[in-house]
Design a protein around this ligand. Structure first.
Ligand SMILES: C[S@@+](CC[C@H](N)C(=O)[O-])C[C@H]1O[C@@H](n2cnc3c(N)ncnc32)[C@H](O)[C@@H]1O
Length: 469
């Protein structure tokens, strides 16, 4: 693949033929900054500035491509190209997230006279994105880049440069909940020595490396004993236990909407305490849509991808019990990179399903191999659970992942993919995931519910579908 093939006047036809290849190519260039590619792309774009206007935004693949492309343009600082796609989407009434609106401000030529006003609008958009459950690490990175590039542009005008630092200091208040205030206090202190600061950050600023969290294996014996001694355990018992254990303790919210790997006992319980009720409501809402299917099956297998502490599996077990469904769960495969969360997922699942086989895979989704997803009885209908994971950009929707999931398919499969409704970009990831299976198998959509905070105090975007192999 090369960028001239992508930035071309028949991109619509090329996408129809090679969407997955292009998607993965752009993702790779986005994740790994490539200097040569930057100039190739610049040149290709200069030769064909409105190539994307032939695309049909109602086509989910075209839309997905445009979102990816816009982020790529932003990463490689092709500001005109970024704004071109942004305006095209806006003209076509596509809902643009807080992150994209903030990036639009970052990519525009902003009048220094309105530096404070612009910065405040920029921060407002980031706050809005945070409320929509966007990853705070990403928001802090976008903010860092904005501050850096504004300062870099004023580097040779001392008064202007210092005035900008004062504005940033004044506006960055801890009330912005996403803000890593300690980092920015130091960042702005370092910025006072302008030349050294710009030199130091010029290259580094291009890379957004998410923190790598270590996860040593701990299992809290007290928690284990309490859980094992609860008769007829339900998810509400776990919720209650987590509330009680943390009562009176001021636990700082480090769970990052569950996007980071949870480490300590407290973080694990805090995640359930903060999000348990909401996830339960969302999951039960989704399971209701597949009740008719579950009624038809005597036995099923389950794969719970990025299971965390197995909230999706546990709520499914409760749902089956509470609705007197005869469907038995024969085997569960739990996949999760945080060893501590996985240890709890296994503990919980064994207590909820004492007669089922519980297997576990301590991995990231992109490290899975076919053997990880094999069942003792592979002919049973399979429930493929993706709870609050497909929206996360860290999960690469590449051919390796698709082929591995495909290897686990039995004759009948139901995919339950539930996420928050963060932005059209994250919703689109669930859509193209469904479309992949629709393209290769006989797939039928069961539900595509979507609602915002106004309705129930939380957001939801789901894709539920059946795949017949
Ligand atoms: C928002 S939580 C959802 C957990 C669980 N499915 C639920 O609904 O409660 C996201 C989970 O994905 C895990 N995770 C993060 N990055 C991942 C990746 N690249 N592959 C697989 N899991 C990942 C985290 O450890 C966390 O448990």
């Amino acid at each position: 693949m090369n960028i001239n093939r992508i930035i071309s006047s028949n991109i619509d036809a090329i996408l129809d033929l090679e969407f997955q290849k292009i998607y993965e190519f752009i993702e790779e260039k986005y994740l790994h900054y490539d200097k040569c590619f930057a100039s190739e792309m610049n040149q290709a774009y200069d030769n064909n500035t409105d190539f994307f206007t032939i695309l049909d935004i109602k086509n989910k693949k075209h839309l997905s491509f445009l979102f990816k492309l816009m982020l790529l343009f932003d990463k490689y600082i092709l500001t005109k190209a970024f704004l071109g796609v942004f305006n095209f989407l806006e003209r076509n009434d596509i809902e643009l997230s807080g992150v994209l609106k903030a990036l639009k401000i970052a990519n525009s030529t902003n009048d220094i006279l309105y530096a404070k006003e612009n910065f405040n609008v920029f921060i407002k958009e980031l706050n809005f994105a945070y409320e929509s459950e966007e990853d705070p690490e990403k928001l802090n990175y976008i903010l860092k880049r904005y501050i850096f590039s504004e300062l870099q542009m004023s580097q040779h005008n001392k008064d202007q440069y210092n005035n900008l630092i004062s504005i940033f200091k004044e506006c960055l208040i801890p009330q912005n909940s996403f803000l890593d205030i300690d980092f920015f206090n130091d960042f702005l202190k370092d910025a006072l020595e302008s030349d050294k600061f710009i030199d130091n950050w010029k290259e580094k600023i291009k890379f957004f490396n998410k923190k790598v969290y270590k996860t040593d294996f701990i299992i809290n014996e007290r928690y284990k004993n309490t859980i094992e001694n609860i008769k007829n355990i339900s998810f509400d018992d776990i919720l209650r236990l987590c509330y009680n254990e943390l009562k009176g303790k001021g636990v700082q919210n480090t769970t990052n909407h569950g996007k980071k790997l949870l480490e300590s006992d407290e973080e694990l319980m805090d995640y359930i305490r903060r999000y348990g009720d909401m996830h339960k409501e969302k999951l039960i809402g989704s399971f209701k849509k597949i009740k008719d299917h579950l009624e038809q099956y005597d036995k099923i297998n389950i794969i719970d991808y990025a299971c965390g502490q197995a909230m999706a599996t546990l709520n499914l077990v409760d749902f089956i019990k509470n609705n007197d469904l005869k469907c038995k769960i024969e085997e569960v495969i739990l996949i999760e990179p945080s060893q501590n969360a996985l240890a709890r997922a296994v503990l919980h699942s064994k207590c909820f399903l004492p007669n089922s086989k519980i297997s576990f895979v301590p991995k990231y989704l992109n490290d899975l191999v076919d053997e990880d997803l094999s069942f003792k009885n592979p002919t049973l209908p399979t429930l493929q659970l993706f709870s609050n994971i497909l929206d996360m950009e860290e999960v690469k929707l590449n051919n390796d992942l698709y082929s591995c999931i495909s290897s686990s398919l039995s004759l009948k499969n139901i995919f339950v993919c539930v996420s928050p409704r963060i932005s059209s970009i994250s919703n689109n990831r669930l859509d193209i995931f469904y479309m992949h299976f629709k393209e290769y198998y006989q797939a039928r959509q069961i539900s595509n519910e979507s609602y915002g905070r106004e309705q129930r105090g939380h957001t939801k975007y789901e894709q539920i579908f059946e795949v017949i192999k």
